[in-house]
Design a protein around this ligand. Structure first.
Ligand SMILES: O=C(O)CCC(=O)C(=O)O
Ligand SMILES: [Fe+2]
Length: 411
């Protein structure tokens, strides 16, 4: 229970979060009351009085606030949910964790806390809400690591390095370019390039191949997983699940194959900010220096892409600069310039307008005749290599083996 008191000490003063609660008097009332209640029981410590000190009532109010905001967060488009609502949701989740830990420290309760924290991270906006937040998160992560071991009933393979292939590559190839060279040849003229030997020193290259390492650090955490190999089709969906369940289904061996079962669903941990959730993994890589060249160099979005052979990201473009780094496995990538956008048949409507209707791996020229005018660039991204893609460059990405990539998006 000591940990609950430590967490209480790290919570913000109500003044520190005033801005967030400005347009939300109900949230302000409940959180203020909760903080006061926590401070009250903190003072009583170590007395184990379970008398009516307002804890139960506050827990009830916090849960009501969470339920109400859960509805708000799930109404309309996620990107339009006010940030204050999400931050309040995260704060209320932190309070709920403290209530749970005050109640009991049993394993099942700690598992519950783990789930509430992930909810706070995924639905709430749990970044930089208050000054002690990183300490708060670290304390919880330490607790989860020591109490919940996802490796007990699961043994995963170590992904063997693939022999390096010397497939032709249609774009500029640079061997660990200096910042100046990268600026001159890629960043300023907006030229895509395969950057060889720039991330070979990253511990991630060796450590992450052992999927038991990922399992140990991240197995109990809940993440969004894409199901189905192509997000533009009706068969595609997305689900929140524990990383250990995803790893077990997609990577544990041997895969039982019956004749009727040759097409198991492909699941993909795609475009997820995994490293905000599990900061320990950040020790295994660093943000490439090339990202220093932007105007907003302090804001680099780091995304994880982990999946089996056969994941497909259909031809699309993103608005930012991107360095896509291959940790293990290999990916077949097809690029096209923004100049060819009109000939790439983007989907109509705002939602998928950055995605082409074509299958770049097997273009149908009868259906999409203007494709004959497009210059496509083919390459294979292998472990230890990175691909620089300037903003708005089209890319199709297909994994040729189990694969882990990390992308760095910046402006
Ligand atoms: O690796 C993938 O599947 C897609 C990567 C991608 O689209 C990106 O980094 O922007
Ligand atoms: Fe992309």
């Amino acid at each position: 229970m000591e940990i609950a008191y430590k967490l209480i000490n790290l919570l913000p003063q109500i003044d520190e979060i005033k801005e967030i609660l400005k347009s939300n008097p109900e949230g302000e009332f409940i959180l203020k009351k909760t903080f006061e209640t926590f401070n009250g029981i903190q003072k009583q410590k170590p007395s184990t009085s379970d008398s009516d000190d307002g804890v139960e009532e506050c827990y009830f109010l916090v849960q009501a606030l969470l339920d109400k905001f859960w509805e708000v967060i799930h109404t309309g488009h996620f990107s339009e949910v006010p940030l204050d609502v999400r931050k309040t949701y995260a704060l209320a989740s932190f309070c709920k964790i403290i209530f749970l830990l005050l109640e009991s420290m049993e394993k099942s309760q700690i598992e519950k806390c783990n789930e509430v924290l992930d909810d706070a991270i995924l639905l709430g906006c749990s970044q930089n809400i208050f000054s002690n937040e990183a300490k708060f998160m670290n304390l919880l992560t330490e607790l989860f690591d020591s109490e919940l071991d996802p490796t007990v009933d699961l043994q995963l393979p170590i992904i063997e390095p693939l022999p390096r292939s010397s497939v032709d590559c249609d774009i500029l190839r640079l061997d660990c370019p200096s910042l100046e060279e990268f600026n001159e040849k890629c960043f300023t003229p907006q030229v895509p390039a395969l950057l060889l030997n720039t991330i070979r020193h990253w511990p991630a290259l060796e450590k992450w191949r052992d999927l038991n390492y990922i399992l140990k650090l991240a197995g109990n955490r809940t993440v969004p997983i894409e199901i189905g190999s192509n997000y533009t089709t009706d068969e595609w969906s997305q689900q929140l699940m524990k990383i250990k369940d995803f790893l077990k289904r997609q990577f544990s061996q041997p895969k039982q194959q019956s004749p009727n079962d040759d097409k198991h669903e492909i699941e993909y941990l795609a475009q997820h900010e995994l490293f905000e959730q599990i900061p320990l993994l950040k020790n295994d890589f660093s943000i490439p220096d090339y990202c220093l060249l932007g105007e907003h160099k302090e804001m680099v979005d780091i995304k994880a892409w982990l999946g089996p052979k056969g994941t497909i990201s259909p031809m699309h473009y993103d608005p930012k600069h991107n360095i896509l780094c291959q940790i293990f496995g290999s990916k077949k990538i097809i690029l096209a310039s923004p100049k060819d956008s009109d000939n790439l048949y983007p989907h109509e409507g705002e939602f998928l307008s950055n995605t082409s209707q074509i299958n770049a791996a097997s273009p149908d020229l009868e259906k999409y005749p203007r494709l004959s005018m497009v210059k496509f660039y083919d390459l294979t991204l292998q472990a230890g290599d990175c691909l620089y893609m300037p903003p708005k460059w089209w890319h199709y990405v297909e994994s040729e083996s189990p694969s882990f990539s990390v992308s760095f998006w910046w402006e």
